[in-house]
Design a protein around this ligand. Structure first.
Ligand code: ATP
Length: 201
């Protein structure tokens, strides 16, 4: 059986999680690339051992798990290290994504990923849905949510693909500068379209 896969992407703090939660309520299964990425580096994995070797034990928390915030600060200041990390974990994440798509049972699935367009993950999806947000709101919401500094969030935004490129890759767009009520209406519309498309497969 072919599964209809909609990729949901957007920049940091754009609202991916918020919008995925509405799709989930409507009955779509959500495959979250960020969560799977955490599994790939959970304690005891080969990937985490390699990361600790490269960046030192300071990159681990006391309980042996990865300190993601520390890692983020290190790799976003150094493109070479970011590349090294991506080469290690992207293939492992892709493998898990494929497994999850195959075992999904909902009419269609949402693959939620901050790096959909930037990676080969885009080849796993039939349609790309972009959550769009102006940079000022994106910055404010991210800083408020993470307690990270403006400098760190700005560095992450500039390491991600530019808004214009993301919009070019989009088949569908949700403007998340709007109220949650308006956003919900848009998601309901998209859900109906995705359901109808999936039924025709
Ligand atoms: P990240 O990739 O950084 O994890 P994300 O794209 O999943 O972020 P969310 O966590 O969904 O983004 O949203 C970021 C913040 O913005 C959250 O605090 C969320 O509650 C808030 N938010 C999302 N959508 C709206 C909206 N339409 N109106 C007001 N606040 C919103």
């Amino acid at each position: 059986m072919t599964m209809y896969v909609v990729g949901l992407t957007g920049g940091i703090g754009s609202g991916k999680t918020t919008i995925a939660a509405i799709f989930a309520e409507l009955g779509a299964e959500i495959i979250n690339a960020d969560l799977l990425a955490r599994n790939v580096v959970s304690p005891g994995t080969k990937a985490l051992t390699s990361i600790a070797k490269r960046f030192g034990k300071e990159i681990l928390r006391q309980d042996g798990s990865l300190d993601r915030r520390k890692l983020r600060e290190v790799v976003f200041k150094n493109k070479g290290e970011l590349k090294w990390l991506e080469k290690l974990i992207h293939p492992l994440i892709a493998e898990l994504l494929i497994q999850n798509i195959y075992s999904a049972t909902s009419p269609y699935v949402i693959l939620e990923s901050p790096l959909l367009i930037e990676t080969q993950q885009k080849e796993l999806v039939d349609r790309i849905l972009v959550v769009d947000l102006d940079e000022a709101t994106q910055l404010n919401r991210s800083m408020e949510r993470d307690g990270s500094s403006e400098e760190v969030i700005r560095a992450i935004i500039s390491a991600q693909i530019p808004r214009s490129k993301r919009l070019k890759a989009a088949d569908d767009i949700v403007d998340n500068s709007k109220s949650l009520a308006e956003v919900r209406q848009k998601v309901i519309q998209l859900h109906e379209i995705y359901l109808a498309t999936a039924r025709k497969l």
